[in-house]
Design a binder for this molecule. Structure first.
Ligand SMILES: [Zn+2]
Length: 148
């Protein structure tokens, strides 16, 4: 899928799902050079995973007080994932994981907000120094929960 095709296909899916806080290029900035490789669009069958994660991130957006959720990294193709040393079964390969920052809150505080989400037993939550990893593994048939 080209960048334009991705924006059109994913954008239509987001619109149908009523999600207007996230743009397809936040899920994958198709064509951007990163670590010596161009980023490729996710396969279309992964879009429903992105939408499930969007709903969680929309809940995170309004948790405690409404604040935009900034996405450091969402979808990763296999080549890019390999180049950054990502694990082989990374949830980022499924479109169902994102590394996020909620300005004004520490990564630990963001992780705690996600722990308080009603679906938290379906999540993978990773606490890092500068961001929080969230994925929806239990919603797509993977073993859940996971914490690190
Ligand atoms: Zn991650």
């Amino acid at each position: 899928m080209t960048k334009d095709e991705w924006v059109e296909v994913c954008g239509a899916a987001l619109e149908t799902a009523g999600i207007d806080n996230f743009h397809p290029l936040e899920i994958c900035d198709v064509g951007r050079e990163a670590r010596g490789t161009a980023l490729f669009a996710p396969r279309a069958h992964l879009i429903p995973n992105a939408i499930k994660l969007c709903r969680v991130l929309c809940d995170l957006r309004v948790a405690v007080r409404p604040t935009p959720v900034l996405v450091n990294s969402w979808y990763r193709g296999t080549v890019y994932n390999y180049k950054i040393g990502g694990v082989g079964k990374s949830m980022h390969l499924t479109c169902g994981a994102a590394d996020v920052v909620k300005p004004g809150f520490t990564p630990d505080e963001v992780a705690d907000m996600l722990e308080n989400h009603p679906d938290s037993d379906q999540f993978g939550i990773g606490r890092y120094n500068t961001f929080t990893h969230i994925d929806i593994r239990g919603m797509i048939g993977r073993v859940a929960p996971a914490r690190w």
